[in-house]
Write a protein that binds this ligand. Structure first.
Ligand code: 5GP
Length: 210
């Protein structure tokens, strides 16, 4: 049963390449913050560690978890399944820990629609420009430019989901972006005043989508 001392759920979503995973990792270093480690059917990238970055599972195992209703949310993203299991999240929240989710808009919608009794704060992270995004995507472990092109096309669709989030934050500079998110989380938790310029964000999105 949720009570006042419970943790809050914090979702960070973004189009691919906006730097959200780095931000989630930075926030997780704060006292009392835990990352919800997702399950995925995607193959690990060379730098990724099993049970730390993800629980890497095959499709049969993922389907078993769906059937057992173990997921708080799950979705298919770029041809792979991703999902957040319910039990560790609820246990952490009940123990007063704030839980960070690095999930896409589909998962964010599902968690929002569940209307759990825990406080939920949602962030949508955007790149400063399409040019910067393309550069970031091309510099990843991408084998060829085709994948970067495909993700740029995906960006055009994904960016439209900004409207369903509490806050949109532009990742121009990692430290500034982190500080903005941190301050907004603190303001939400303590019910303080929020430094957030909606008109500036609307203008930025207009530029990104024109
Ligand atoms: P990547 O394969 O680059 O690690 O992640 C691809 C996308 O899947 C990212 O947008 C990431 O936020 C999203 N994602 C990762 N884990 C989950 C999850 O558990 N649920 C949902 N819905 N999306 C996830």
């Amino acid at each position: 049963m949720p009570i006042d001392n419970d943790g809050v759920m914090i979702i960070l979503s973004s189009p691919s390449g906006a730097g959200k995973t780095t931000l989630v990792n930075l926030l997780s270093k704060l006292d009392n913050f835990e990352i919800s480690i997702s399950h995925t059917t995607r193959k690990p990238r060379p730098s990724e560690i099993q049970n730390k970055d993800y629980f890497f599972v095959d499709e049969n195992e993922f389907k078993r978890l769906i059937k057992n209703q173990e997921f708080l949310e799950y979705a298919k993203v770029f041809n792979n399944f991703y999902g957040s299991t319910r039990t560790p999240v609820i246990n952490n929240l009940d123990n007063g820990k704030n839980v960070l989710f690095d999930i896409d808009w589909q998962g964010a919608d599902q968690i929002k629609n569940k209307r759990l009794d825990y406080k939920l704060i949602t962030f949508f992270i955007l790149p400063p420009s399409k040019e910067v995004l393309f550069k970031r995507l091309s510099n990843r472990d991408m084998k060829d430019k085709l994948i970067a092109d495909e993700r740029m096309k995906q960006f055009e669709h994904d960016v439209l989901h900004w409207i369903n989030y509490d806050y949109v934050v532009i990742n121009n500079n990692l430290d500034d972006c982190y500080e903005k998110i941190y301050n907004l989380i603190q303001a939400e938790i303590k019910d303080g005043s929020k430094d957030y310029d909606k008109d500036f964000i609307r203008n930025h999105i207009e530029k990104l989508t024109s």
